[in-house]
Each structure stands twice: as C-alpha cells, then as structure tokens.
Design a protein around this ligand. Structure first.
Ligand code: GLC
Length: 535
C-alpha cells in the first residue's frame, strides 16, 4: 500500500443503523455493546470506517434524528464510557468512526426547546424559529410545508406564536442566525473530535438557514403540497457557504478529520457546490447511484455528470443504499437472484470515489413489508396507505438462522425479514460463491490496487442498455471493469489496443474458461461482473 493512504479517500465507509445491527443487552434494540461484539466481523469484511446513525439521547419521534442532547449517548445504546470503548475497539482494528450530527433541528424534548417555548422572553427564545401568524395570528406565517406532511409551522398556545419545523412537529428547527446557536454547534464538532471521533455525517445540513425575510415559496405542479413548491426560500440559502467553511476550519484543527454532508433537495450542481477545499470533504449526490434506474447508460451519465460538476480537487462519493430509501434489491426487483447485486457491487467498489455501504447490503438483505400496525417510521404512519415509509430497509441484521437471527434473544423492535434462515452472514460465509464473499473480494481488490482507488476513470465504448465497461488507470497499472447488466450474454465492440493487451482476470462471478476477448469483441456472461488487470 502506498504511504499517501488517506482513510476517507482510499477507504470504504460502512453505515450502521444502530437500532438494527446487533443487540448486546437483550432488549430487542441494537446497541453499542452489540456493535463492539461484531467489530471482528467488520474488520474481516474489510471496511475502513463506520458511520453510526444518531446515537445521542432521543425520544425517537424520528428514531434518533430528533436529538435531546448533542453531547450524550442514549441509554438504550450505552453511555459515554462504552462509546469510548467502541472507539478504541474500532481504532485498534484500523477502523475509523463517523458520527451522524443532526444540527438542523433538535427534539421538542431538548432542554433548549423546553426553555424556548416557555415564554416570549426566555433567553433561549431566539434559539428556534418563532414567528407571529398572518391575518392577526390566525394563519401560519407563510406557505412553507413540512417534507413529512402538513404545514411547516406549529402553533404554540402558550405564547401565541408559531415555530418552524421542516420534519415532524417534534423536530423544531434551530435558528442558525443566532450567534449563540452557531457557536454551540461548532463546539459539538470539537467535543466529539476531542473524544477521538474521526468524521461526521451532517444530516440535512443545507437546511440550516432559511430565508431571512420568510418569503413564500413559488409554486409548481406536484402531488403532495410539499412537492407543489419550488424550495427557493426554505433550503440552500447563500449563508450556507460560510457555515461549511467554518465547519471545515474547525475540523482542520485536527489531523485527518472528515465531514460529509447529506444534501437535501439538491441537484448534482448544488450538491457539488458544497464540497472541495475549504468546504465539506464530500456531499451525497443521491442522483449518482441511488436514484438511477438499472441501466448502464444512465449510470454512466450520472457518474460523468457528477465528475463534471465537482471541482477538480473534490472527491466523489458513491452509495447504493441507506436508511431512507428502499434497498437496491427492491428497487431493481432482484427477486432472490444475487447475481445482479454482484454487478452493482462491482460498480460501487470500482468507481473513482469513496464507496458507502449500508449494513446488510453485503448479504443482499431485502426490504421487509410492514402491515399498518407494524409501521414504526413517522413518515410511513403519516402517509399510510401510500407506501413511502422507511421501515422496509431498517430491519434487523441477519446474522444466523437462529431465532431472531442472532440479532437478539428477544423479539426485535422491528420485524425480521422472513427469509433470514437462508440469507444470513453465517450461511454466506461458508459459501464461496455468496454475495458476502464477492463483497469481501471486491473490498480486498480495492485495497490492493491503487489504480482502483486513485486511478483515473476512463469510460470505454458501452452498450447503453446492457454493458458498461471502463478502465481505472494509474502510473503503474491498468484495470478494466466490464459489467453486464443484462440477464443474457452480451458482447461489446472494444477495438483499439485493449483487446490486444494481455489481461489477468482478478475477479468474476461467472465461469471464465472461455476467453473474454474474441476478434475485437468483449464477451460477457449474463449478469457478469469481470475485473481484469493488464499483465
Ligand atoms: C435525514 C435523515 C432522515 C431523517 C431526516 C430528518 O434525511 O437521513 O432519516 O428523518 O433527515 O432528520
């Protein structure tokens, strides 16, 4: 390995939804002890960092994304001493820790909000966004909507004013224009960085500021009231540029710290504008893979579009799954077939940019189906029967075929996928052709080949419906990645010198007794993902 290795650039980051990864104390909810107990699994898988969805104290109106204390650990997960143990268990294996910071809003049970709503004259009144209603107070201050349904303003009887919330009404937005709030937020970064945390994922960071004049949003056609607005005034305000610069300079006081933003309601261009030197290290562009349909031409367009928009010094990131979206297995209707998932895994892990994995992706976990009474997610409850809830991708990790899948000894907080007795870590570990072992091989290849991590990305001729082929190249080596997105055998005319070079097959999910190149054609089996290195 070269000695310019930088964990967030060369490594792979694994997202854990702590409620669902591993229950260490037998209460049906995952926790820090559970994660510590699976640290060897993560090291063996070959990931380089863990991003933990929020573990701060929370009444769980939005499962941790409503924080009641930024500096503590929720007792259902453990405590600060256990968190320190987790950090050292991870660091001892060369794994970094990334925390999720939800700084756009707090829980309504945060002591700051309790004080703020107590009277018009409370010292913390200005920490949140309070406004008088229109028309003598009867109507909300403006037309802004909550993305989770309904208006974004909640009337508070006690003081006769409205407070603003982009998410549920239990998640009041902080007022980042208040200098005390701003300073407090910067201290949150310092507090955790001092404790040894390596990086941060910023929840909906581009929402911190709202229009100073609270203007109505323009309207457009759409289904839900929220979609019928152009979000000109409630997101992506120019003031955000100062915040990203300030966060970066706080983190630059420490060695090798990282910050990645979750951009909310932003296209690739806006997302790209937040990352680069003096800004965030990276920002999620969900259009690059998550929102792209199963089509090689569309994937290539999305990848190239992101590369074009990002400043040259910025570093892309790629993600197929997270806790807010249906898993790729469901999106592409994979059925029980894992071969298609090997193609998407090979894509994710051979692109130029940091890959993010989501727990269970490596064993191809499928979404669960929840009945009305089983819904946990506030979004699912609000919109029922429209199936937009996010419980499907949050089911407990499938470790073994034992009762409760080895996740817990009691009934878990959310039901398990009924297929867990077959699809689990234990069974896939034993099967050399499993998806899990394919992920492990890809992770190993990425670690061993600088060209896969840092090399330039050279798209080759492609068949927009079926095959994607590209090269990753550095000064020492050339790696060719050929992905067949179709069930049938496919061939692609490559031409040029490529077919004349000699190649070693580094990895494929299919039988490769036949040569890959025949008379200038690249020939792939159905759903083949093949990685080759020039001899
Ligand atoms: C982000 C999180 C999501 C949460 C929301 C509000 O989009 O990823 O899970 O509900 O922010 O905090």
């Amino acid at each position: 390995m070269k000695n310019d290795w930088l964990w967030w650039k060369d490594g792979v980051i694994y997202q854990i939804y702590p409620r669902s990864f591993m229950d260490g104390n037998g209460d049906g909810v995952g926790d820090l002890m559970g994660i510590i107990s699976r640290m060897d699994y993560l090291a063996d898988l070959g990931i380089d960092a863990i991003w933990l969805s929020p573990i701060n104290p929370s009444p769980d109106a939005d499962f941790g994304y409503d924080v009641a204390d930024y500096l503590g650990i929720d007792s259902k997960y453990g405590d600060l001493a256990l968190f320190d143990q987790l950090v050292s268990a991870a660091h001892g294996r060369g794994i970094r820790i990334v925390l999720d910071l939800v700084l756009n809003h707090t829980s309504e049970e945060h002591p700051w909000f309790i004080e703020s709503r107590s009277s018009l004259h409370n010292d913390r009144r200005g920490w949140y966004i309070w406004r008088d209603g229109r028309d003598g107070g009867k109507k909300p201050p403006n037309d802004w909507q909550s993305v989770f349904g309904g208006g974004a303003w909640e009337y508070d009887e006690r003081t006769g004013q409205y407070y603003y919330h982009m998410f549920t009404r239990q998640q009041p937005d902080l007022n980042w224009r208040n200098p005390q709030v701003y300073a407090e937020m910067m201290n949150v970064f310092r507090y955790w960085a001092d404790r040894g945390v390596d990086g941060f994922r910023l929840d909906v960071f581009n929402n911190y500021f709202k229009d100073a004049q609270f203007r109505d949003n323009p309207t457009k056609p759409g289904i839900r009231p929220f979609d019928r607005q152009v979000h000109r005034y409630d997101t992506n305000q120019p003031e955000m540029m100062r915040v990203v610069a300030d966060i970066r300079s706080v983190l630059d006081e420490y060695p090798e710290r990282y910050v990645v933003g979750e951009t909310f309601l932003a296209n690739t261009k806006i997302t790209a504008s937040y990352s680069g030197p003096g800004k965030l290290h990276a920002a999620f562009d969900f259009y690059s893979l998550i929102k792209t349909p199963w089509n090689p031409g569309r994937y290539l367009n999305a990848i190239q579009h992101q590369d074009k928009e990002l400043p040259v010094e910025a570093w892309p990131i790629y993600v197929l799954n997270n806790h807010d979206n249906r898993r790729i297995t469901t999106r592409i209707r994979a059925g029980e077939d894992d071969e298609k998932l090997k193609v998407s895994a090979a894509l994710l892990l051979t692109l130029r940019g940091t890959p993010f994995l989501y727990y269970g992706e490596e064993i191809g976990m499928r979404d669960i189906h929840v009945s009305r009474s089983e819904i946990q997610d506030p979004v699912g409850k609000r919109y029922w029967p429209i199936p937009v809830g996010r419980d499907g991708c949050r089911s407990p990790m499938q470790w073994t075929d034992e009762p409760y899948s080895g996740f817990s000894t009691v009934e878990p907080w959310l039901k398990l996928h009924p297929g867990y007795p077959d699809r689990n870590v234990e069974s896939q570990s034993k099967n050399p052709n499993s998806l899990l072992n394919f992920y492990k091989s890809l992770l190993r290849l990425r670690r061993e080949n600088n060209a896969l991590r840092r090399g330039i990305f050279i798209p080759l001729n492609h068949d927009p419906q079926r095959v994607l082929a590209y090269m990753r190249q550095d000064n020492d080596s050339r790696i060719l990645i050929a992905l067949n997105f179709a069930r049938r055998r496919s061939k692609l005319a490559l031409g040029g010198d490529i077919t004349r070079y000699d190649w070693d097959v580094l990895l494929t999910n299919k039988d490769r007794s036949q040569p890959l190149f025949q008379k200038g054609w690249l020939k792939l089996e159905g759903y083949e993902a093949c990685i080759l290195r020039q001899k």
